[in-house]
Design a protein around this ligand. Structure first.
Ligand code: C5P
Length: 221
């Protein structure tokens, strides 16, 4: 398995968390490290693709010869992904997008001595993956991810359909072992043609390799 089956292909990967600002010094976010997305980008590059990473803030090293665009908020990620997607062959949406953002951003720091409690009103962010997959051309391949604490397989099947994906990787969020801020993931791969694979706990780099192996098969069927 070292043939470069992505030679001449363009791969877009989103990675990391988005941050939704409350005021200039506070935000709502999640613990996504970006490691899964950066591993996918490195693997796609190794398989011959031209790769662009749209990444939330992280200290990870950008894989060699991978182009990187930095975003901060879900709205910025939405804008950049929608802009770039039409000229790519593959999209891997591994970013952990905040599902909600504060309805208003205070222009100055909220002062704690002026109030006893603080209420935040959050409004939903756009579902980027659903929006983008609606515009997908038949030859484009869209891969989603979902991080779940319960029933990853069922959630994965549902989101594959709902978001009109070719393939989804559902992973378990299990403190210390799988998901956020760790190097390993316990995952299931589910594709649109009905193939489902349960994988053991794997290093995220090995999971990235498995995902591309599965995709290679999927594309040949
Ligand atoms: O949050 P959820 O489980 O629905 O995420 C599933 C997939 O949808 C992921 O690939 C994630 O990047 C994407 N997503 C998105 N926009 C959102 C929320 C999630 O593109 N607002």
């Amino acid at each position: 398995y070292n043939d470069k089956f992505l030679l001449g292909k363009k791969v877009l990967v989103t990675a990391g968390a988005t941050r939704e600002w409350v005021d200039p010094v506070r935000y709502v976010s999640n613990p996504s490290s970006g490691i899964m997305g950066y591993s996918l980008a490195a693997q796609a590059k190794a398989l011959g693709a031209e790769v662009t990473l749209i990444s939330g803030k992280t200290h990870l090293r950008v894989p060699a010869s991978v182009e990187r665009e930095e975003i901060d908020t879900a709205l910025q990620l939405a804008e950049k992904t929608q802009k770039l997607f039409p000229s790519y062959d593959f999209l891997f949406m591994s970013a952990a997008v905040s599902d909600f953002r504060p309805e208003t951003q205070k222009p100055s720091k909220i002062k704690k001595h002026q109030q006893e409690t603080l209420e935040l009103r959050l409004v939903p962010t756009p579902d980027i993956l659903s929006m983008v997959s609606k515009t997908k051309r038949p030859e484009q391949v869209v891969v989603g991810f979902c991080a779940e604490t319960d029933n990853p397989l069922e959630e994965g099947r549902r989101k594959l359909q709902e978001k009109n994906l070719d393939l989804i990787v559902a992973n378990l969020v299990d403190k210390d072992k799988s998901g956020f801020e760790v190097l390993t993931n316990k995952a299931w791969i589910i594709d649109r043609k009905g193939k489902e694979v349960e994988l053991p706990l794997l290093d995220k780099r090995d999971l990235a390799e498995k995902i591309f192996l599965h995709l290679k098969d999927f594309l040949q069927q």
